[in-house]
Design a protein around this ligand. Structure first.
Ligand code: TRP
Ligand code: ZN
Length: 880
């Protein structure tokens, strides 16, 4: 059992660094088991009084320390497990340290490690200290010169940040390259890559005429899977110039794809390192969704060059400063590249699926946390996605131009600085003469606000009174909540679906607009709309203007009406979600009461109207057809009953499929007529619709005709989207066809690790009753490895995080399996281990039997010897 020794870092304890580093000069002699790192630092005192120089270090073997050319004896410094302290360091001086590290043993994938035989680094957040002793905090910014020596045959490519300034060959057959990064940066943006890699090259001319060489480095044989990532990069560079006036600032931009990576990608200055999953794509190996994800992540990392690198974070509590803002920017980019409403729907789906549960559970924290044990645990959906929502709300409040002015001022003020979230908000205020003081609460208050909307129409007065109430439930460590400033966008629909002009009482406007964003900033607030000669249906929180849980007194007629008429695509989709989950919850009650479960035809009728509306974008229609997930429905229950929801959702889906059989068949056959594969947004939308239709057809039991369609698509598809769609449908249908398809897929893609991940995941998320047994068997498949994070996520993560009905199985085996996996992974890669723990923390929502089993597993994890801080923090918070 871990003890109280583990110390939390607190935001309120922040103090400026005692010493700054102006320049870093690193020389690497790369060897698999013993890499020598020679570091020379130009250091300068940053405090008024003399203080010891404290450097961070982790798993380093110290060789020598010298100050201003004189080697120190061992009594002139103190070496701790995680630090090197030099009590008597001059006010200004050069520190020279030689250390050795072991990249082979580095299974944590933080610092310098080997992936597929190539050297690479990952330094965010605190990985640089695993390379050399350094004040490893983002408010210490320095320029870097990096010289890399390595064997020429095994590592022909040598890369680091900035510009290549020199290179050569040494007598012993090794070669070297020297890189210089002129922009001061924090250590977390340092990167180094050495290996035998193929290069895919292109170029970009910035709008001020600078030529930039763009290179993507991949393992040999993958050159043919880089085109889409490169195209995405070029479009990102252009978009950022046009939308935000932001240009690239060096004449070289490199991306390296590696197969062992803890997350999606990393924005190291001019040397982005990516999980190969987020770069490599071809029609035969990647689905449309993966193409879209690659586009978004390439853009995200590129956008970090300004929001993150040129202006960085003062400390890790400010993480959302760069992540929330960059998420907002990549969302806007995708909205411009593809369908804006569909993108919004997808983002809200993700927010509700990941962030809302996080904010309602034991790990709830504000987008700017106040305390952490392990910072790696705070790369959360809250910091990223809710952080993005907070930026979006500011953009909504200030308007597009106002937001742009604020951003311009932010860069003018803070270029080359490490700043805080407050600095960002202040720039927004000052550029607009706005007061965002109340709005700032979004940064410090955790939890999802619950808003209740009520309204009444007064026929005599021809007015509609809208009443809004907000409440945020207490979260761990934050009992008392205050009302937030919520930008609440509304519209009013007339009887024929027309948009009515919105005039608030007391206003004197000529042409009132039909949509407006209300400033809802009190616990209880009333808005009275006048001059309404008919009883309207309100459309609320349009385009999801605020990240809130909205409850309304819509009648089912209202919901059907909105589902058929709302001009706001998001609200139209949301009405369908609300309606469907309401009906399913009603059915769940019948199941629990032992009554017959019946499907309500009216829902199918409402869907039919949407299907018949040929003006709708196919991608949007596919979203309307996608039912709320098991998780989403279960979250609305007092006590979660996954088994009942799974059953009900399936009855519901079959009900729709039977009612609209002809429509789905027609949609499917029409979709099949499309031409050669192209990953563009419109084609992807058509495929999404076609596969949604096939999804409904596939659940009609004992219809050989329908099953044949699925099998045929699997066998004849000329692209991964259609092949995978068919395979995941087959994976839910026990029988010979299922087994045959899985074998065929495995055989076809045995040599492609990324595609095999999909093969693992499709089995891990299958609804077949013995899915867990299958998962356990797959652990010994030759393509599986605990050391590869993608594999762990594809099999273990997918099972526990995306197969709730099997994970919460009555016998508790799902819980036991996850705990066993985490205990095993704790010794290999703590960051990955703690990332898959969250599902065990949801015990409060379960019945007593499940609660007991889940808590026992959490306790078993906590009792593990040598528990990492990563796992300890999440497990202990989950249990408390
Ligand atoms: N900053 C990265 C991003 O948002 C994510 C990141 C943080 C990361 N820590 C990491 C990626 C560790 C890989 C490994 O794009
Ligand atoms: Zn990021």
């Amino acid at each position: 059992m871990k003890n109280a020794q583990v110390k939390a870092t607190q935001l309120r304890d922040y103090v400026a660094p005692a010493f700054l580093v102006d320049h870093v000069d690193l020389t690497f002699f790369l060897k698999s088991e013993a890499t020598k790192v020679h570091s020379k630092l130009k250091i300068r005192q940053n405090s008024n009084d003399k203080q010891p120089l404290v450097l961070d270090g982790d798993e380093l073997r110290l060789d020598s320390v010298a100050v201003d050319g004189r080697e120190l004896s061992s009594d002139e410094y103190q070496l701790g497990e995680f630090s090197l302290i030099i009590p008597d360091f001059p006010a200004e001086g050069e520190l020279e340290v030689v250390t050795y590290i072991d990249p082979v043993k580095n299974t944590k994938l933080e610092g310098l490690y080997l992936s597929g035989g190539n050297f690479c680094t990952q330094c965010e957040a605190e990985g640089f200290r695993r390379i050399t002793y350094y004040p490893d905090r983002p408010d210490v910014m320095a320029t870097y010169t990096v010289t890399v020596h390595a064997d020429q045959t095994s590592y022909p490519i040598l890369l680091s940040n900035g510009n290549l300034i020199d290179q050569g060959v040494s007598n012993d057959g090794s070669h070297w390259a020297r890189w210089d990064d002129p922009f001061p940066k924090p250590s977390y943006l340092f990167a180094l890559v050495a290996g035998d890699l193929a290069c895919y090259e292109d170029g970009f001319k910035t709008r001020s005429g600078q030529d930039v060489t763009l290179k993507i480095f991949v393992e040999h044989g993958n050159e043919d899977k880089c085109a889409y990532a490169m195209d995405s990069l070029i479009r990102s560079m252009k978009w950022d110039e046009e939308r935000f006036g932001l240009e690239y600032d060096l004449d070289i931009f490199n991306i390296v794809a590696v197969s062992d990576f803890n997350m999606g990608a990393m924005e190291n200055k001019s040397l982005n390192i990516f999980n190969s999953k987020c770069i490599l794509a071809s029609p035969d190996t990647a689905t449309d969704m993966e193409f879209e994800r690659i586009e978004a992540i390439v853009a995200h990392e590129y956008f970090h060059n300004w929001t993150g690198n040129r202006v960085t974070c003062r400390d890790w509590f400010q993480l959302s400063l760069k992540e929330g803002l960059t998420v907002y920017r990549d969302q806007e980019f995708t909205a411009d590249m593809r369908s804006a409403p569909v993108k919004r729907i997808q983002d809200v789906r993700t927010l509700r699926a990941r962030q809302f549960p996080e904010d309602a559970g034991p790990l709830s924290h504000p987008i700017r946390p106040e305390s952490y044990i392990e910072i790696n645990n705070f790369y959360t959906s809250t910091v990223y996605e809710k952080g993005g929502e907070v930026i979006r709300m500011m953009a909504e409040l200030l308007g597009r131009d106002g937001f742009r002015k604020g951003l311009d001022l932010y860069f003018n003020r803070h270029d080359n600085q490490a700043v805080t979230c407050d600095d960002f908000v202040a720039a927004m205020e000052d550029a607009n003469g706005a007061d965002l003081n109340h709005f700032r609460l979004w940064y410090s208050q955790a939890g999802t606000p619950e808003v209740e909307a009520n309204w009444s129409y007064d026929e005599k007065e021809q007015s509609l009174t809208l009443t809004l109430d907000q409440i945020t439930a207490p979260t761990p460590g934050q009992k008392l909540k205050q009302p937030l400033l919520i930008p609440f966008t509304v519209g009013l629909l007339g009887q024929n679906g027309e948009e009515l002009p919105l005039k608030l009482q007391g206003e004197n406007v000529e042409n009132a607009s039909t949509q407006r964003t209300l400033r809802f900033d009190r616990e209880h607030q009333t808005f009275k709309f006048v001059d309404l000669n008919q009883h309207p249906v309100p459309s609320l929180n349009r385009n999801f203007s605020a990240p809130i849980k909205l409850s309304t007194k819509y009648s089912t007629e209202d919901l059907r009406f909105l589902m058929g008429h709302d001009k706001d695509a998001f609200s139209r989709w949301d009405a369908a979600q609300t309606y469907a989950s309401r009906l399913m919850l009603k059915m769940v009650k019948s199941v629990q009461d032992g009554d017959v479960v019946e499907f309500d035809h009216q829902y199918a009728d409402a869907l039919a109207l949407n299907i018949a509306d040929k003006s709708l974008d196919p991608a949007f229609l596919a979203q309307i057809l996608a039912l709320p997930s098991i998780d989403y429905v279960t979250e609305q229950m007092e006590v979660a009953d996954f088994a009942a929801v799974e059953k009900v959702r399936s009855v519901f889906k079959v009900g729709i499929a039977k009612a609209l059989f002809e429509q789905f068949k027609e949609l499917y056959l029409a979709g099949k007529e499309t031409v050669a594969y192209s990953p563009d947004s419109a084609s992807a939308g058509r495929r999404a619709l076609c596969n949604a239709a096939l999804g409904y057809l596939s659940v009609i039991e004992n219809d050989p005709e329908c099953l044949r369609l699925v099998v045929e698509q699997f066998e004849t598809a000329d692209n991964m989207t259609d092949r995978m769609a068919a395979l995941s449908l087959l994976a839910d249908i026990p029988g010979e066809e299922r087994e045959k398809a899985l074998v065929a897929f495995e055989k076809r893609y045995a040599d492609n690790a990324l595609v095999m991940d999909k093969w693992f995941a499709v089995q891990a998320t299958s609804s077949i009753p013995n899915a867990l047994d299958e998962v356990k068997k797959l652990l010994s498949h030759s393509a599986f490895s605990y050391k590869n994070p993608n594999k762990v996520r594809a099999l273990i993560g997918a099972f526990s995080g995306a197969n709730p009905a099997r994970f919460h199985a009555e016998d508790g085996e799902g819980y036991r399996f996850l705990a066993d996996s985490i205990i095993h992974l704790n010794g290999i890669n703590p960051q990955v281990a703690s990332k898959i723990l969250a599902p065990l923390g949801s015990w409060r929502r379960m019945n007593v039997t499940h609660q007991k089993m889940m808590k026992a597993e959490l306790q078993r994890i906590l009792d593990t010897e040598n528990l990492s801080n990563d796992v300890y923090e999440i497990a202990s918070k989950s249990l408390s």
